[in-house]
Design a protein around this ligand. Sequence first.
Ligand code: MRU
Length: 332
Amino acid sequence: MRTIEWDKEKEAVKFIDQTLLPREYKIKECKRVDELIDAIQSLKVRGAPALGVAGAFGVVLACITETTKEAVKTQVARLEKARPTAVNLAYGVNRAFNAAKHGETTAEMKMYALAEANQIAEEDIAVNKKIGEYGSELLDDGDVVLTHCNAGRLACVDWGTALGVIRTAIANGKRIEVISCETRPLNQGSRLTTWELLQDKIPVTLITDSMSATVMRAGKVDKVLVGADRVVKEGVLNKIGTYMHAVVANAHNIPFYVAAPLSSFDIKSSYKEVAIEERSPDELIFLGKEQIAPLDVNVYNPAFDFTPFELIEAVITEKGVVRDVMDFEYKL
Ligand code: MRU
């Protein structure tokens, strides 16, 4: 199935529980906003575009469970803030809520919100296919592409942004291999990127995050390609570790690309204005149930970092490849 979709019969949002992968493939469903917020915060559903769709379906849930417009609005405000960094969450929530406002009753609001949420989900796939077409032109037959975190179909409704570019290039007859960084501390690279690439029989090699400099210096990487949680006026916010790979790629003259839909763009904002999610110290103190650090150690655990445009060769969007920062406003 798609990573996330609406179940018409059950009136529920259904998604692949990403905390269980790769051990177990399980579909989870939520009928209440509280459950969905918990799923978002625990990363059962994750990745910027998937968060946008989750937020939009969350508005539908609010219209079903609440009896007044005011109560729906309260739930919408909670949903929008469930995670702060990926702008897609607010984008999806606001689009669905603005559509819902056309309704008089909560039943009518639900109808409008659902139509919009389904539309956002469909657009996500079409947009990723476009990103794939533009981005695949940048890849050469035989390329080894290093990626970080998971910007694949699991981070979207389907196809993926960065991994969608790789899928399209392969569909166009190019031989591409992937190096996936494990992406500590939650291991989206080792758990999710490797899993979904292996499902598609795309060759992938797993490395730890700290090995990227060594593999780049050894000439084992032709391009670096990642997704984005938010594109701001000076650069890109993405999973913690992205900046490190960009610095290393630049030091070795390896092109560093970002694939991102326009729904991830917040070009009027500065990175300084964006809240970087800080996650629980437990993510570093424990590995699963095993304690791997002293319980009372001081922990710093930001989930995202900022990479300036100076380090980015190009951003691949559904409207084309943007190489010049000054071009961004024009493309939008
Ligand atoms: O914390 P996550 O797993 O939601 O972080 C996801 C990422 O950082 C992805 O790289 C980003 O959302 C791009 S997804 C196409």
